[in-house]
Each structure stands twice: as structure tokens, then as C-alpha cells.
Write a new protein. Structure first.
Length: 594
């Protein structure tokens, strides 16, 4: 906050105030929907989850566009986590206690990652894995919300369908109980969905700024609530929000430490908090960096982790559930052109005012309308799937498509926890596989040149091997992870001349003719002790075979470790050069002298 507040002016405040008020008109209905429809908590906890995290992020966050608060994927995982503790539905107070405790541990995990500078983990989960998981979650939520939109939730409870049930069980329930659809609820849900779709299309097609800034969610909430109150739709069996709070209650509860209610399991809370931390962190950082690239400013993943962790730790003291950045909602916030994170602070203050003075007027809000808002928010999560699939198909990225499909199927068929575990496991396997192979390049002499060298791969015959000489360029720092395969790769290069040649093919060169090997370490900016030891063993094995080893372009940071590891003494000072051309000249001199 200290980076932008000293230079803040009235013009920026006017823009932030308009953006913040517009955001709150979207935020408040969404928070009510997520709290009731996904977390199965009293509506007021959704409002708490707006106000505190939003105010904290405005002070510590770096992205003016990122909207932090209740998020669809995270909210569903909170609800699923609460349902794991016992088969029968929990009382609201116990459920809220579990949600707040989950938020507390989510905050601790996230804050710890930020303080320990683990922000680089945002690149651990690939876009394909994240898209597969989000798509699976979106379909799970759509199926779940369809039951509520059709007014079948009471019958579903009697049939044993809970928030922890699989999507297949829900689909089979809907198909087998079509005759139990509650017509008034289904008609109201359909009208709200049509209204939201039509207003969204009108806003996108309009060139008028006023029309594009109309808060359609707020209008739908006001109109549907008025219709429900005037025509007493609740008497037709349509569920309404009911009493949310007392007329003169405080905007926030008195802060208190989260606790584990009786009958709950701490292990389940910790596991769910860890999973939520991973998914929320990856989604939030991805959204923040997207806006940073678009609007040309810098976002530190570590500082964002600290901000998000602080939001959840402090928020948990005020009975919030986990809050993270939401990309669809942030895109709406971006369209309002916020100048600074002050816009989020305005949205938080507006929520506090609503919580303190307007809760009694929420009595006649139809729950079908809130479920319709969730339905549309989740549909927005699916909008990027066709683009990503088309791009992967055009790129022939079959591995990415396979990972996306696998993650999606597991999330759908089993549970969010299994989907998350598989996504993280895939990411770890891919990361370890790609980092375990050192990036090395086979070099050769450019045809019709004397001392000009280049990569042999993809040279179209313009670069050729030197007889009796092998030139290896190391492209990256060497450490214990990527040097384990170095011996095998060098041996393969000796036989086949190139790593792209399959081992089943006939060798392109004979390793028996190899007499000289030159290591170009220009790309190796650093090296650790394990890599020095492996490199020492490699050079010893070459010496045992009477192969001369030369090293060129040793970097300043790597030189001391190579020296302390006796590797430079093993090679000898006459085998150390600044350029490949110098080493080649020494080789030619040695050949001519023998």
C-alpha cells in the first residue's frame, strides 16, 4: 500500500470508488450464493468473507484488478470438506467453525509459503492440468446446482444425496426423479438464467459505457426479491433466504480464535486446507500475473502469497471461510478500470455497510436466484476450455490433452481431493522428469570454416562432427537433480552422435575412435558439490580410457567449486581454455605431434 498511497489523488479515488461499488454489486450476491449453495453455511459468513479479506488485500496486495474473496472452486471444496466430518448435516455453528478453522490453516500454509519464498511453485501445475481440474470442478458444480435449480434439494437429502456425493450419483438421481421437479422453482430459475444471459450479451454488444457498467446481478437480485415479496412466491414452495441476522447487528462478529467443534476431525481439516491452499494459490497467482502482463506492472508471487495468507489468517478470526482471487470476477473488476487496490477497499467497506444495515431486507431473496448466479459463474469457468483445447490440438500437444482429460475424469468420477492429488502428482512427475535430464548440446564444425562451431542438431548437414573429437556444450547449471543422467547421456552421444537418434537405430559413430572430448561450460553459471563429484568421476573414466578432456569457458561462480573439488587439478592447467577454438587448436597440435 505504501507504494501507491503517497501518490494517490482525487481523480484516482473517483475511479476506484466507481469500480469498488460496481464490484460490490457483483460480489455481495455471489458471496451469498457461495456461502449457502456451495459451503452450506449461513449467508452472513459469505459477507464476512468479502469484507475482511478484501480490506487486507487492499493493504498488502499488488494487483488492482485481482478480486479476492469467496471463489467457486474453493467454496465447493470447503463444503465438501465440511461434509466429510459426519454423515448427518452439521448444525450451522459447527459448520461455520470448521470453515473458519480451515481458513486459518489455509492462511498459515499460504503465509508460510510466501515467507519461505516458495512463490516459484506457481509454475508447478501446468495450464493443462489446471484447466482439467477447473473443468471437472465446474461440471461438478453445474450438476449439483441443477438439483437446486429444479427444486429437488429436499428430495435429494432424503435420497442420501449430499455435497460429498459423486457427480454420477447426482446425475442418476436427477434422471430417476424427473417427476419430482418443483415447477415454480424451476420456472423462476429459468427466468433468472435467461435474464442473466440476455443482460450479459447486451452489455458485451453495447458501445455505451453506461450500459456496459450496469450491475446485472444487482438488478436481478432486486427484481427477483421484489417479485418474491410482492407475490409471496414463498407460499408456492419457493425457498427464500429467510432471516440472515438481527436488524441492528454489528457488521462483523467479535474476533475469536477458530476452534474444532465436537465430532470434527482435525486431520480432515488439515488435508482439506492444504489442498485448498494449492488450488487457490495457483489460480490467484495465475490471474494476478495475467493482469500484470496486460497492464505492464510487476507482481511478486511471494508477496501475493503473504497477502493472501494474511487475508485468511485474520479473516478466520471473524468467521470467514477461505478466500482467494477469482479470475472471472477479476475480469469484471478490470472492465471497471480500477486505478489502485483502493477499489477493493471500497467494495469491502460497502459490504460492511450492507451487513450492518440491510440484512433484514434479504429475507425474501429467492435461493433459486442465488443458485442461478452460481450456475452462471461456473459457466464462465468453462469459457476458456474450447480455446485451450484448440490450441493444444493445433500444437499436437497430446501429452497435455491426455493430462487434461485424465484430471477431468478423475475429478468427475471420484472427488475433488482425488482430482487435486492426481493433478499435483502429474505436475511433480513431469517436473522431475524434465529437470532430471541436463540440457546439453552436441557441437560440430561449420562446413567450409576453420574455427567456427555450432549445434549439429537441426543443422541440415551444415555442421559436422570432428573426427576423434566430441564437443559438448552444457546449457544450464548442474546440480544433484540433473547430473544423475549425465553419464548415460554422454555415453549415448558417443555411440549415436546425437540425443535425437533412437537407441534401436544403428550407431552413427564408434566410441572406440574417440580420443578427445571438449566440455563447453559457458552456460553452466553454477554447480553444486554433487555435480562436481559426478563430473570428477566422468573425467576419471575418460582418462582411464585414454581420452583427453578439455574444459572451456568456466564461469566465475563455478570456478571456485571446480577448484575445491580438485577437478581443475585432474584436468591439468594445459587443458583449460577460454574458447572452443583454442581447445581445437590444442587438439590439432597434439594430433600433429603424435
Amino acid at each position: 500500500m505504501l507504494q501507491w498511497l503517497p501518490y494517490y489523488n482525487r481523480h484516482q479515488f473517483m475511479g476506484d470508488m466507481l469500480a469498488g461499488l460496481s464490484l460490490s454489486s457483483l460480489f455481495i450476491p455471489q458471496a451469498l450464493s457461495y456461502s449457502i449453495g456451495l459451503c452450506r453455511l449461513p449467508a452472513k459468513h459469505g459477507l464476512y468473507t468479502i469484507s475482511i479479506p478484501t480490506l487486507i488485500y487492499a493493504c498488502l496486495g499488488m494487483s488492482p484488478q485481482l478480486s479476492v474473496g469467496p471463489e467457486a472452486t474453493v467454496s465447493l471444496m470447503v463444503g465438501a470438506g465440511i461434509a466429510q466430518h459426519q454423515k448427518q448435516p452439521m448444525d450451522p455453528e459447527s459448520a461455520a467453525a470448521i470453515a473458519s478453522l480451515t481458513a486459518f490453516f489455509v492462511g498459515l500454509f499460504t503465509l508460510g509459503l510466501g515467507l519461505l519464498r516458495f512463490g516459484f511453485l506457481d509454475s508447478l501445475m501446468s495450464r493443462a492440468l489446471l484447466r482439467g481440474f477447473i473443468t471437472g470442478v465446474a461440471i461438478v458444480v453445474l450438476i449439483q446446482q441443477t438439483i437446486y435449480l429444479l427444486g429437488m434439494d429436499d428430495i435429494a437429502k432424503h435420497a442420501g444425496i449430499t455435497i460429498a456425493s459423486s457427480s454420477l450419483d447426482r446425475v442418476l438421481f436427477i434422471i430417476s426423479h424427473l417427476d419430482a421437479i418443483h415447477s415454480p422453482t424451476a420456472i423462476l430459475s429459468g427466468c433468472v438464467l435467461v435474464a442473466l444471459i440476455m443482460t450479459s450479451r447486451i452489455k458485451k454488444q453495447s458501445d455505451t459505457i453506461f450500459i456496459r457498467r450496469i450491475p446485472e446481478l444487482l438488478l436481478v437480485v432486486i427484481i427477483s426479491t421484489a417479485v418474491c415479496r410482492i407475490f409471496r412466491l414463498d407460499e408456492l414452495g419457493i425457498d427464500v433466504l429467510g432471516q440472515v441476522g438481527s436488524p441492528h447487528q454489528s457488521p462483523l462478529p467479535f474476533p475469536s480464535w477458530p476452534y474444532l467443534p465436537e465430532g470434527a476431525n482435525m486431520k480432515n481439516v488439515l488435508i482439506n486446507a492444504a489442498v485448498i491452499s494449492i488450488i487457490g494459490f495457483v489460480e490467484s497467482i495465475a490471474a494476478a500475473k495475467t493482469f500484470a502482463r496486460k497492464h505492464n506492472y510487476f507482481v511478486s508471487a511471494n508477496r501475493e502469497l503473504v497477502a493472501l495468507g494474511t487475508c485468511n489468517v485474520i479473516g478466520s478470526l471473524f468467521q470467514t471461510f477461505p478466500a482467494f482471487g477469482s479470475l472471472p470476477r477479476s475480469k469484471v473488476n478490470e472492465s471497471m478500470n480500477p486505478q489502485t487496490p483502493m477499489s477493493g477497499m471500497v467494495a469491502g467497506i460497502a459490504t460492511l455497510i450492507v451487513t450492518g444495515y440491510l440484512l433484514p431486507h434479504f429475507y425474501y431473496i429467492p435461493q433459486a436466484m442465488l443458485n442461478s448466479i452460481i450456475f452462471m459463474a461456473v459457466v464462465a469457468l468453462l469459457q476458456e476450455l474450447p480455446h485451450d483445447l484448440k490450441f493444444m490440438w493445433n500444437m499436437h500437444a497430446w501429452q497435455d490433452i491426455a493430462m487434461l482429460t485424465t484430471t477431468f475424469i478423475i475429478t468427475m468420477a471420484f472427488s475433488l481431493e482425488y482430482g487435486t492429488a492426481i493433478a499435483v502428482l502429474f505436475s511433480l512427475i513431469i517436473t522431475i522428469k524434465q529437470t532430471s535430464y541436463p540440457r546439453i548440446t552436441v557441437m560440430g564444425r561449420v562446413k567450409e570454416s576453420l574455427y567456427k562451431f555450432g549445434p549439429i542438431k537441426n543443422s541440415r548437414g551444415l555442421v559436422e562432427h570432428l573426427e576423434e573429437v566430441l564437443i559438448i556444450r552444457v546449457e544450464e547449471p548442474l546440480y544433484f537433480v540433473n547430473t544423475g543422467q549425465l553419464k548415460d547421456r554422454l555415453r549415448r552421444i558417443e555411440h549415436y552422435g546425437d540425443l535425437s537418434v533412437h537407441p534401436s537405430e544403428a550407431p552413427l559413430r564408434s566410441s572406440e575412435n574417440l580420443r578427445y572430448i571438449i566440455f563447453d561450460l559457458g552456460g553452466m553459471e553454477s554447480i553444486d558439490a554433487s555435480a562436481v563429484q559426478i563430473l570428477y568421476e566422468i573425467i576419471e573414466s575418460y582418462h582411464a580410457r585414454d581420452i583427453h578432456v578439455y574444459i572451456v569457458k568456466v564461469q566465475p561462480y563455478a570456478f571456485p567449486l571446480l577448484e575445491r573439488g580438485d577437478l581443475l587439478r585432474l584436468i591439468g592447467p594445459r587443458q583449460l581454455y577460454n574458447e572452443v577454438a583454442d581447445a581445437i587448436q590444442a587438439v590439432e597440435y597434439d594430433i600433429s605431434s603424435t
